[in-house]
Design a protein around this ligand. Structure first.
Ligand SMILES: C[S@@+](CC[C@H](N)C(=O)[O-])C[C@H]1O[C@@H](n2cnc3c(N)ncnc32)[C@H](O)[C@@H]1O
Length: 170
C-alpha cells in the first residue's frame, strides 16, 4: 500500500473511533474555553478534594481542576482523547487520572464534585447512576442540559449546579 492509502485508512479509523462513542453517550464537543473556569468556580472544590468528569474529552476541565490543586479523575471512551488528555496533562500527572472506559459500566471513585457535558436523553440515567454511586454529599455541574426533576442551586452561562446528598444507612 502507498502512503495515500495508509493516510486514508488512518482517517477512516479516526472517524470510526469518534463515531462509535455515540452508541454510549454524547459525541465529542468540548466545553467552551470561557466556561471551563466558570464550571470550576461553580463547583467550588477545595485543594485536595476530588473532581470526577464523566466523558473527559480533551482533558481541559481536568487541567483547570489540577491547576487549582484539585485531584481530577476523568472517564473517557474515545482512546484517542484518552491519550491526548494524558499528554496535555502530563505535568499534572500526579493529580490527574484519565481512565479509558464506559462510565455507565464502572463504579465511580468517591468524588466531591462531578462535571458533565452530556445530552438530554442521558440526563435521567445520570441522575439514577449518581444516586447509586455517591456516598455523602456531592456537587454536580452540568453544562447545557438539566437533570430532570431537579432544580439547580445556581446557574451561570449554561452551567447548572446541583447537589446530591446520600442519606445515611444506604
Ligand atoms: C460533549 S463531550 C464533553 C467533553 C468534555 N467533558 C468537555 O466538557 O470538554 C462528551 C465526551 O464524553 C465521551 N463519552 C460519551 N459517552 C461516554 C461513555 N459512555 N463513557 C465514557 N466517555 C463517554 C465522548 O467521547 C466525549 O469526549
Amino acid at each position: 500500500m502507498d502512503v495515500w492509502s495508509w493516510l486514508i485508512l488512518a482517517a477512516i479509523a479516526v472517524v470510526l473511533i469518534f463515531s462509535f462513542v455515540i452508541m454510549f453517550g454524547a459525541p465529542y464537543l468540548p466545553t467552551l474555553k470561557a466556561r471551563t473556569p466558570e464550571a470550576l468556580d461553580l463547583l467550588d472544590l477545595k485543594k485536595g478534594q476530588v473532581l470526577l468528569e464523566l466523558g473527559s474529552g480533551d482533558g481541559r476541565i481536568l487541567r483547570e481542576a489540577a491547576r487549582r490543586g484539585i485531584k481530577a479523575v476523568g472517564w473517557e471512551l474515545n482512546p484517542l482523547l484518552v491519550l491526548y488528555a494524558k499528554a496535555i496533562n502530563w505535568r499534572y500527572r500526579r493529580q490527574v487520572t484519565v481512565k479509558w472506559g464506559n462510565y455507565w459500566r464502572h463504579s465511580w471513585p468517591q468524588a466531591d464534585g462531578i462535571y458533565v457535558f452530556l445530552l438530554n436523553p442521558y440526563m435521567a440515567k445520570l441522575d439514577k447512576k449518581i444516586t447509586q454511586e455517591i456516598r455523602g454529599k456531592v456537587k454536580v455541574v452540568s453544562f447545557a442540559f438539566q437533570i430532570p426533576g431537579k432544580k439547580p442551586l445556581k446557574e451561570l452561562n449554561g452551567l447548572m449546579l446541583y447537589e446530591y446528598h446520600q442519606k445515611p444507612g444506604r
